[in-house]
Every structure is written in structure tokens, then in C-alpha cells.
Design a protein around this ligand. Structure first.
Ligand code: PEP
Length: 260
């Protein structure tokens, strides 16, 4: 099902880490090491307070900026929330929605994630929709059922002609921040399932164009094997994106020829 035409997207999710000064020097150092890669896209999702101050450095380096979350309303009495209009104003091209920490620590529902995905598309901000099963769901053989439910809630209702407007991140909850990575085969199986779901919901061209990232303890020493899988189009990296040399090595993955 893979056509090997998708530009790899290597994404850093900094969560609630790094000061603005640390972030500025990280970007300069990363740019020094990796340059502006032509055959892959580098993305950084810093905390909200860093988006505006990082805008220029990110543009100069040729990296893409992403928010880690959003609210679906344009404005209103939503203390502590940030709208997509505001996010767009900071120069963000992407927004992460439905990260497992949002789902499991902050209680975000599938329905909310659907609203955020739809609103991001309306605002022209590319949603990176995170999905993934918990360990007990995997052990009970429910992985595909969970992914289907999450995809249905977040993506089923949207209209999508251009596959570049949507990114899916498959992040098994048991692999996030635990040091346990899905094997390349486990990740590939889940990614192939997601791509088939997209083909059924949209069409083959859209399914072949949407990038599906893997997230869950991606590190310099496992990125090449993961990226060798035909349906893995990039990585969403937490812990290993906080050290510049480690994230630079992840960005500089080498890929053996993909089938497909
Ligand atoms: C994440 O937060 O999306 C993530 C995958 O974290 P880590 O790389 O630390 O597992």
C-alpha cells in the first residue's frame, strides 16, 4: 500500500521542558548539525510560551513549528486555553491533538479530539492526530478496535482532499516515555491498519499521501529500523528530542530501501 512518496517528518515534542533561552540555542545547534534538510521535514513542538519567540529562528533554519494542543473555539471564556487563530498567528503550521498525556492525564475525550481536528483543518493548521492503545488493550487483542474508534471519532467526519493537510501519529501508550519501543513489525502492522482505514474512509490517493508517524521511545539506536518500515513516515519524539545531539541523530536517520 505504500508508495514511498511521502516526505519524512521528524518531530520533537518538548512537552513542558526547556526555557526560551535553551530552546533558542537548541535550534541554532540543531541547524548547525543538520542544516536545512531537503529530503525530510524537521518539526519542533515547544510549550505555547515559546512559539512566538522561536518563530524567526525556526523560519531561518527551515524547520516547522507546532503547538502541542489547541482549543477548537475561535475565542471566548475558556481560561487557560489557546485558540487556533492565536496559534496560527505565531507561525505554526502544525498542532498536536489527542496526545496520550492529554487523553489520560487531562481527561480529553475522543469527541473533543474530533472537534480540535476539525477546527485545525478549518484554520489551515495541520493536525497531528495522536492515537494508540494501552497495554491492557493490546494484550486483550483490542489494538485495531481502539485505533478504529479513535480514528472514527477524530477523522471520520472531516473532508480531506489534500493528504498534506493531515498527519496521524501512532503512539502506543505503553511505549511513551517508558523506554519500551514497539518492534518495527508491531509498528508497521498498526501503521498499515491506519492506512487501510484512511483508504476506506477517503480514497487510495489520500491514504497513500497522509504521513503516519510512529511515537514511543524513539531513540538514535532504533530510529533507522523503524524508518525502514514501508508505512512509517516519521517519528514523534519526546524524551530523546530534549538533547540536541540525540534529536539530530534521529533527524539524520538512514533508511534502507522501502518496499513499495
Ligand atoms: C511522546 O511524547 O509523544 C513520546 C513519544 O515520548 P517518548 O519519545 O519520550 O516516548
Amino acid at each position: 500500500m505504500s508508495t514511498n512518496v511521502r516526505t519524512p517528518l521528524m518531530a520533537a515534542n518538548w512537552k513542558m521542558h526547556l526555557s526560551v533561552a535553551e530552546a533558542v540555542s537548541f535550534i541554532a545547534k540543531l541547524h548547525e548539525i543538520v542544516g536545512t534538510p531537503q529530503d525530510r521535514e524537521v518539526l519542533i513542538a515547544p510549550p505555547f510560551t515559546h512559539l512566538w519567540p522561536l518563530r524567526e529562528a525556526m523560519t531561518a533554519a527551515g524547520f516547522s513549528l507546532s503547538a502541542q494542543n489547541c482549543h477548537w473555539e475561535r475565542q471566548g471564556a475558556f481560561t487557560g486555553e489557546v485558540s487556533l487563530t492565536m496559534i496560527q498567528e505565531t507561525g505554526c503550521r502544525y498542532v498536536i491533538v489527542g496526545h496520550s498525556e492529554r487523553r489520560h492525564i487531562f481527561g480529553e475525550s475522543d469527541a473533543w479530539i474530533g472537534l480540535k481536528t476539525a477546527a485545525a483543518l478549518v484554520h489551515g493548521v495541520v493536525p497531528i492526530v495522536c492515537i494508540g492503545e494501552k497495554i491492557e488493550e493490546r494484550e486483550a487483542g483490542l489494538t485495531e478496535e481502539v485505533l478504529r474508534r479513535q480514528l472514527t471519532a477524530s477523522v471520520e467526519g472531516v473532508s480531506l482532499q489534500d493528504p498534506n493537510r493531515l498527519v496521524i501519529a501512532y503512539e502506543p501508550v505503553w511505549a511513551i516515555g517508558t523506554g519500551k519501543t514497539a518492534t518495527p513489525q508491531q509498528a508497521q502492522e498498526a501503521h498499515a491498519f491506519v492506512r487501510q482505514w484512511l483508504a476506506k474512509r477517503f480514497d487510495k490517493a489520500v491514504a497513500n499521501g497522509v504521513r503516519i508517524l510512529y511515537g514511543g521511545s524513539v531513540k538514535p539506536d532504533n530510529v533507522d529500523d523503524l524508518m525502514a518500515q514501508p508505512d512509517i513516515d516519521g517519528a514523534l519524539v519526546g524524551g530523546a528530542s530534549l538533547q540536541v545531539t540525540s534529536f539530530a541523530r534521529i533527524v539524520q536517520f538512514t533508511r534502507s530501501v522501502k518496499n513499495g
